[in-house]
Design a protein around this ligand. Sequence first.
Ligand code: ACM
Length: 508
Amino acid sequence: MNVIPRPHSVDLLPGEVIWTSPLRVMVDEDLGEAVSTFATDLAATVGWKVDRVFSELEADLRISSDSSQPPEGFTLRVGDGVVVSAADGAGLSYAFQFLRQLCPPTTFASGSHLDEWRIPALTVVDSPQYPWRGVHLDVARHFFSVEDVERLIDLLGLHRLNHLHLHLNDDQGWRVEVPSWPRLTEVGAWRRSSPIGHEREGRDDGVPHGGFYTREDIERLRARAALRWVTLVPEIDLPGHAQAVLAAYPEFAVTSEPLEVWTRWGISENVLNVEEATLDFAESVVRDVAALFPGSPFHIGGDECPTTQWESSAAARAIMAERHLQDPRELQGLFTRRLTHTLQQLGHEVLAWDEVLDAEVPDGTVIVAWRDVAKGVEAAERGLEVVMAPMQWVYFDWLNSASPAEPVAIAPAPAVSTLEHVYEFSVVPEEIPGPLEAKVRGAQAELWTEYITNRDHLDYMAFPRLCAFAEVVWGTAGSFDEFRSRLGEHLERLTALGVRYRPLDDAV
Ligand code: ACM
């Protein structure tokens, strides 16, 4: 049974059940939404109809809401009929994903065909080990259309991944409409040119690039995410990575030099100044963006903020003196505190990159540990929850292999993260003391897009590494060879879905 991610427990029994269209489904009302999505998927692929029925005798599939199931978990019993119980829609949708993976891979294609759906008699008991099973997409370095992001959301759902973190601004672009600060998109959403080849070659393509999501676009993305039980996590990255902001609103810069939206990759030295009006601006922007994502966790960025300009600024030094700060890196804490406080008051959970650990971190902030595993351990030791995203393991902008035939990536070998390496990733690091293990909420794979300019290349970098990651963070990774033996059929599913995944090394 080539299901990915592998369930925690499957007992195969003698016999089978055979379904034909129309599929008659009896469901408790509160789980109806997940059934609608399942019905839409079946109609769009194999053209099957799903009919709601109200008596057990008529039902091919009986679905009951059962609050004793764990969050996002399900139990599936196939024998005398097919019965699913789940506590929530996510759990039910994962039961459907399991059932669909019992069909031939070709049935994942739209306009495909299925005469009979044969399901072996079995009992599956399954639920995720970690509540945060995330993927991050940088839409700032390269903009991805609403359709591309919707498609990625669907692929997350297939792999039972449940958070999509959208990196909505960087030095090279601002990607979400903020009505009170219109120049963020009027100016900040477009750059004149981008590097061609690797940044270190210093060549430019001279081709303007840009784009942004309107309020309606965000609503569409949220609606799609809801269908797939994915939570969108917006990120506004301040006070570093802010050159696109400063091109739009130079009054918030330290430098008085005019700035354009950055046309190089790397870390711009141009950061926000630390004056009160700038903190007010940051708060106002974050409030407006948060309003587009009601109830979502909100990521306030905070990575890679150079302090060179603050160190040479008399205004910044005066603020350090006034606040008795010893190290310029602590100035970043002014942003962390202000933004976290605002967002928490608005009911949003707040996440930040691990650099915020260089200053005091407000309670309740969740750290996304990216520089290395030790940063995750440090956060947990400081009493904070952590999402593990160490670049050495789950940065999918890293090379897939050391072969010179790989397309240009962020860093040269040995910055390589092979499929097998990803599969060997431990969500909870060995270094973490036992009592702090519970601080690890899960893990997240990152897709930074300096060198990922289009959807096909995104597919190549994401898959099949994301299949391996999904199983790791579901909590059922075992032997790589065994995973590899299931992956072949899964890749046929991805082919049917039009995913241009990277072929396996032994398949090329
Ligand atoms: C990061 O990769 N700069 C979070």
